[in-house]
Design a protein around this ligand. Structure first.
Ligand code: TPU
Ligand code: MG
Length: 564
């Protein structure tokens, strides 16, 4: 007997989103996706989150995937929606986040009839969105045929989950409610398995090198998350006893309260003593680390490939040999029991590590400094916090926070698209309502995506956002200054009243002194809704690490062209 139960393409897609653990999706409507949204809405286990624009919806999906360590979805209309979304999807690609980007598509008859359509480029071309998204996704498909729809949907979703990358699914407007069979039971998450021979050889080789070393170290990298390997990394660390560092974009991936934790490896702007120990190790196990001009301080950090075991998502590179088809998590799991204990790097670190700087809370009526502000933010953090640090001086101040066990830290350091944190805060807060999001957002970044605070109010999430009003693009000032780095001032705290209108419960507060900030934080922590605390900081009050990092990055950017 054939399966007589029927569904529709849109309902099938909704069922699969529910199956992979989604409880929400982010959406902006338009005539090409309205029928699709109706179909998605018929699933009572998924909540539509209506955003102000598609870029922000994409950033929200990015934050949601981070919060759940799973996937997320965003649904937009054709072309005008998709092209606004594409920057956020590119960010998710760079950051290894499986965002399912769904777009309404044109009516399937339009192509056959050579019909010129609204929202398009004004020429006969029905594939350009798929082509553009193909560059920023692992799979980009147009669903124009009912028979193929279930296969295309399942394939795209499992690709996103397997590769931890976004995918683009364009559902033709007249296919969204066309009948298909109900989804059948299947896992959708086919794990990536290592080649057993490669895995065994890689583990044996690595164990030999590490066990023979005098002062090996262990470094956590950003791909530990997408590789599902944070726990395995912790096992390796505990078994070997080495000093452990984290790259800046992997902050918090290893418990910062653990006695083996040395700090952030970020060249000259990392944690005191950490760089010296990592750079002087005779071998390092670098797990899921990536090296960019930003994460290596303009390539000034001392990283010697000859003393490196680099564990990538699907390969291990060792001095003189590369092992392919080995997954990060399986490699670490298999390596953990093979390592002998060696605390030489950790002992050396303890000898040179400086005392932690005492918090500097400042006097109640003095002008507020970043130091006084971050000393207070430090005190707010607990196991349930998630810090979201926007591009800007927030990276450098945020990096110095000591994360309590269990708390999380999010940074978009590979892509670094300003404005990301506002959408990401919305998405993160919805993805994990048990955590209190503490967002650190510069004024310049906020101006790109500010309106999404209204969506936080609409759905009653309760992040505390520190809006750092320093009058401009300080990070840019330190890389290369000019008149373009000054911005128009806004009444940022006043925006909360604008967004609240008649029914919202957002709270806007201002602080110009430590005393006012204490009062604001007090109010914020007791408030049941989103809070924005606008802190006024001097234009030149930036962390010394930003100054130093900016100099190196500027030098790297301004290398003259090579001539023959
Ligand atoms: O702390 P602070 O003042 O540096 O942060 P704020 O005020 O958020 O300024 C950020 C300045 C900035 C810019 C203008 N950082 N990077 N950029 C370049 C840039 C431009 N557009 C996008 C979408 N992303 C960028 N990173
Ligand atoms: Mg600023």
């Amino acid at each position: 007997m054939a399966d007589t139960q029927t569904s529709t393409v849109g309902r099938y897609l909704a069922a699969r989103l529910e199956q992979i653990g989604l409880k929400h999706y982010f959406a902006v409507p338009g005539d090409y996706n309205l029928v699709l949204l109706d179909e998605l809405l018929s699933n009572d286990n998924l909540q539509m989150i209506s955003c102000c624009n598609e870029l922000n919806a994409g950033y929200a999906a990015d934050g949601y995937a981070r919060a759940t360590n799973g996937a997320s979805a965003v649904c937009v209309t054709y072309s005008v929606g998709g092209l606004s979304l594409i920057n956020a999807v590119a960010g998710a690609y760079a950051e290894d986040l499986p965002v399912i980007a769904i777009s309404g598509g044109t009516n399937t008859n339009s192509e056959a009839e050579h019909e010129l359509l609204h929202h398009t480029l004004g020429k006969i071309d029905y594939g350009y969105m798929r082509e553009m998204f193909a560059r920023v996704t692992a799979e980009s498909v147009q669903i124009t045929n009912v028979l193929d729809a279930p296969t295309q949907i399942d394939h795209a979703i499992s690709t996103a989950l397997r590769l931890r990358k976004p995918v683009y699914l364009e559902v033709a407007a007249n296919i969204a409610n066309a009948p298909v069979s109900m989804p059948h039971a299947m896992a959708l998450t086919p794990g990536w398995k290592s080649d057993p021979q490669s895995l065994a050889a890689a583990v044996e080789h690595a164990a030999k090198l590490l066990n023979a070393a005098a002062k090996p170290v262990l470094v956590a990298g950003v791909q530990l998350r997408s590789g599902g390997a944070e726990a395995a990394f912790g096992d390796v660390a505990r078994n070997c006893g080495y000093g452990v560092a984290a790259m800046p974009n992997a902050k918090g991936f290893f418990d910062e309260t653990h006695p083996q934790y040395m700090g952030i490896f970020w060249g000259s702007v990392g944690s005191p003593g950490c760089g010296q120990i990592v750079s002087s190790a005779d071998i390092g196990l670098w797990a899921g680390t990536t090296f960019t001009d930003y994460s290596t301080v303009g390539h000034s950090a001392l990283i010697n490939p000859a003393k490196m075991i680099l564990v990538r998502p699907h390969s291990v590179v060792m001095p003189g040999r590369t092992y392919n088809d080995v997954t990060l998590s399986e490699f670490l799991q298999a390596l953990a029991p093979k390592l002998q204990t060696n605390d030489a790097s950790l002992s050396a670190f303890r000898r040179i590590a400086d005392e932690k700087q005492a918090p500097d809370l400042g006097r109640p009526d003095d002008p507020l400094t970043t130091r006084a502000m971050f000393s207070r933010i430090q005190q707010m953090l607990d196991a349930d916090s998630a810090v979201i640090a926007e591009t800007g001086d927030s990276w450098f101040n945020g990096m110095q926070l000591d994360l309590p066990q269990g708390s999380r830290f999010e940074i978009q350091m590979q892509y670094g698209s300003i404005g990301w944190s506002v959408g990401a805060t919305l998405g993160y807060a919805l993805g994990n309502r048990d955590r209190r999001v503490v967002a650190l957002i510069g004024d310049g970044s906020f101006q790109l995506t500010a309106q999404e605070v209204s969506t936080m109010i609409r759905y009653g999430v309760r992040p505390i956002m520190f809006l750092i009003n320093n009058g401009g693009y300080t990070i840019e000032v330190e890389i290369h200054d000019g008149p373009y780095n000054t911005i128009k001032n806004w009444d940022y705290a006043g925006l909360m009243a604008v967004f609240n209108a008649q029914d919202g419960n957002g709270l806007g507060l201002k602080a110009t002194t430590p005393g006012e900030l204490d009062a604001a934080i007090d109010k914020a922590t007791g408030h049941d809704g989103p809070v924005l605390i606008e802190v006024t900081i001097g234009r030149d009050d930036c962390s010394k690490n930003l100054l130093e990092w900016g100099g190196y990055v500027a030098r790297n950017n301004s290398r003259p062209p090579r001539t023959i």
